[in-house]
Design a binder for this molecule. Structure first.
Ligand SMILES: [Zn+2]
Length: 207
């Protein structure tokens, strides 16, 4: 075998191994740019801007929490939101234009660095206190934070937080922080079921 070819093959297998470990350990991002099913990208504010417009959306933007961090590829994020809008429209019988209007101007902050809060409600409305680890936060009706936990969007809290935003824009005063609990209104069991359905759709699309 010519040594160049051999070298090439070796490089390819090494790449495959690194890629495989990248899926298991998202912190290692070897070969990230050579695949199209990786929706997360590493960014560095010293080399590139950290705030991006999501294409084909009403002024939705994305940025990272830190100078050296990870974010979702704007195109992949745009596609995930587009699918979300379509599915939400079908599921909750709401025109797509209305959902887009409710998401307009939204800022999606992404980070690979986990966060904790002092208190949070679980999906059943149970209040959890102390240092509660969260993988997403609806900080306001125009600002959400999402942890990039793996190399794909489906495993993140994107869908969950988009639902909070829609409820918040509808209710005006809150995004129903206690979910299915009875203290705040807006979040229904159907929303929880919808998240599972959406995750499967995004997973099938390798987003
Ligand atoms: Zn929530």
């Amino acid at each position: 075998m010519p040594s160049n070819l051999k070298k090439n093959l070796l490089l390819k297998s090494a790449c495959f191994i690194i890629l495989f470990s990248a899926i298991l350990l998202p912190a290692t991002n070897g070969c990230i740019s050579s695949t199209n099913n990786v929706s997360v990208v590493e960014v560095d504010c010293r080399k590139a801007t950290l705030e991006y417009s999501i294409p084909n959306t009403p002024n939705i933007t994305t940025k990272t929490s830190f100078c050296s961090d990870y974010m979702f590829r704007p195109n992949a994020l745009g596609l995930a939101i587009k699918i979300f809008v379509k599915e939400y429209s079908n599921e909750f019988n709401m025109p797509e234009e209305k959902i887009w209007a409710m998401l307009s101007g939204l800022q999606i902050e992404v980070s690979a660095i986990p966060r904790t809060v002092h208190a949070a409600f679980d999906v059943d409305g149970k209040l959890l206190k102390g240092e509660v680890p969260v993988n997403g936060l609806a900080l306001s009706k125009s600002h959400i934070w999402i942890e990039a936990k793996t190399s794909q969007i489906w495993s993140s809290a994107l869908v969950h937080e988009l639902i909070h935003v829609i409820i918040w824009r509808k209710n005006k005063v809150h995004g129903d922080p206690d979910h299915e609990g009875g203290q705040f209104s807006g979040w229904r069991k159907e929303h929880t079921i919808f998240i599972k359905k959406m995750k499967n759709i995004l997973l099938d699309m390798e987003l």
